[in-house]
Design a protein. Sequence first.
Length: 175
Amino acid sequence: MRISQAQPRSKAATRAGETVILFSVGGVTFAIAANAVDEIRELTGLLEFRPGKLHHRLEKVKATLERHGRRYFAVDAAMHFRMPHAQPARLMVLRQGRVAVIVDGIDRMQEIHSIHALPERFVGEERNWYRGLTVIKGKVVPVVHPETFLNKAETTLLNAALRDVEAPRRMAVTA
């Protein structure tokens, strides 16, 4: 009986696979870890959010969503990625934090086997937006960091603004 030794594999091939959800914004395909998304739904149930004066980076929060007794902030992905020509149609509710992301569409789930480092041409905020790049069917797809849609400090500011917006409504109801 002869025992053959396995041939060593490249680093990319030895990495465990990861399931991602492919979504589109403004005609561009992005990927996000499937385990970062709790639910994909239609846009029904969104309530417009106009908090008044907030930092311009928070203008991307267009609505809120009440879900299981919790309020989620809905981020317009096109504004987040600074992309024109979006056609919002779906909402990805993220598992961590109280964030939902408004996207144009959901393509499918896909297993990926490697994520490549971002080229040095990615500078500024976009270096934080992406975990890296992957290749799917010959196409380069950015893999998104889910926590960059809203960080904890931004969520704290939004919660305070939400309380300020809702306080006059509560006073009017009780008066």
